[in-house]
Design a protein around this ligand. Structure first.
Ligand SMILES: Cc1ncc(COP(=O)(O)O)c(C=O)c1O
Length: 383
């Protein structure tokens, strides 16, 4: 099987991740932060060490500002709903995932907020002048994707952050597609809120993700409940407890810690270069096939390792089905939870098929995929 859906979740997971999860379940089965006996302390150490690794990865000086969540979606909801108040104005972009779009739509309906979506070009570039001119007196948040999960282009976070700082507006970066792939120094860039998925390029298991909250932001917590450390009502205000009510996914977080270590031992830049070479190889191969349209940044330009395509005469769903059934290649067709990004690409009606490469893909798998696509494009009986 050739797995090319790493933008949804990475597969397979490194052996180190599997062993860390197994070891944690066997050795640290107690609740962290909720007792002082040895096993509870071991569990607490698991959380601490993964938090520290994340802090190193994003250059966060105090790891207490990193909050664990079940996925990027929950972290995005916490960030958006913790900042935005009734009647506020929010700026976002046309390449956001539903995990940003839908909370904003909910806030429009329930708290009467106003949302401006900044245009993007079909190669994924942001209309930065539109962003600048969209700022209003009551703009309470700029929420932007670091990289689109369907176009693949990288947004200019440094530039956006500078504009936001000039006007003292908090900036939220959705780094679901870039964490573990493109370096991001949150303190240097003065990012206020950064969301990551633990189960994509960071190689952790599903059910992991998180949120960095700058010490300058007093975010309202989305949920209240048991935090272990202080049991009197109301919810404590210290971090990370304030934002981590309920029993955490300790074994998943152990796996995430191991995944980050794998990436860091390999070197973030080395991983990025290898995956970029694979996606460029795939793009070159696909562009040479008649009837295939390839979307996104121009070949060789910076992008996350994914590419959206369409084949004339076949729906993206049928293409995904054929790749799976006839060639054992896993790739996803549809709108990929980013309907606006498809408006940008002109594929709102058709959707696209998305290939996304990851840590374990090889050149041979890329070449086999190109051959499969050639065959499908040529052979009407496969179509
Ligand atoms: C850009 C972006 N944001 C948010 C998400 C949501 O991530 P999760 O599935 O971890 O909630 C995804 C998932 O694909 C994504 O690509």
């Amino acid at each position: 099987m050739i797995y090319l859906d790493n933008a949804a979740t990475s597969y397979p997971k490194p052996q180190e991740v599997i062993e860390a999860i197994n070891d944690c379940i066997n050795r640290c089965g107690a609740n962290p932060g909720r007792g002082t006996y040895s096993m509870a302390m071991n569990s607490a150490r698991v959380l601490y060490s993964t938090r520290e690794r994340l802090a190193k990865l994003f250059n966060v000086s105090d790891s207490k500002n990193i909050i664990f969540t079940a996925n990027a979606t929950l972290a995005l909801n916490m960030a958006i709903k913790g900042v935005v108040k009734e009647g506020d104005h929010v700026i976002t972009t046309m390449v956001e995932h539903n995990s940003v779009l839908r909370p904003l739509t909910w806030l429009k309906e329930h708290l009467n907020i106003e949302v401006t979506k900044v245009d993007c070009f079909n190669d994924g570039r942001l209309d930065i002048e539109m962003l600048r001119s969209s700022i209003k007196e009551n703009t309470a948040l700029i929420a932007v994707n670091h990289a689109s999960n369907i176009i693949g282009g990288i947004l200019p976070i440094d530039e956006i952050s500078t504009i936001a700082k000039e006007k003292q507006i908090p900036i939220l970066v959705d780094a679901a597609q870039t964490a573990g792939h493109h370096h991001r120094d949150v303190e240097k860039t003065e990012i206020d809120l950064l969301v990551f998925a633990g189960h994509k390029s960071l190689l952790g298991p599903q059910g992991t993700g998180g949120l960095y909250i700058s010490p300058n932001i007093e975010l309202e917590e989305l949920i209240q409940g048991g935090t272990g450390s202080q049991s009197r009502d109301p919810q404590p205000r210290n971090r990370p407890e304030r934002y981590e009510a309920g029993t955490p996914n300790t074994s998943g977080i152990a796996g995430l810690g191991a995944g980050i270590e794998v990436i860091m031992n390999e070197g973030l830049e080395a991983v990025r270069k290898r995956e970029k070479a694979l996606i460029d190889r795939l793009i070159d191969g696909l562009m040479a096939i008649p009837d295939i349209t390839v979307y996104g940044p121009k070949p060789k330009e910076d992008r996350v390792p994914l590419v959206a395509v369409n084949l004339a005469g076949m729906t993206c769903h049928m293409l995904a089905h054929t790749l799976d059934k006839a060639f054992d290649i896993s790739a996803r067709g549809g709108l990929h939870c980013a309907p606006d990004a498809h408006k940008v690409m002109g594929t709102e009606e058709t959707g696209t098929l998305r290939f996304s490469v990851g840590f374990f893909n090889t050149e041979k798998e890329i070449d086999d995929t190109i051959m499969a696509m050639e065959k499908i494009a040529k052979d009407s009986s496969v179509k």
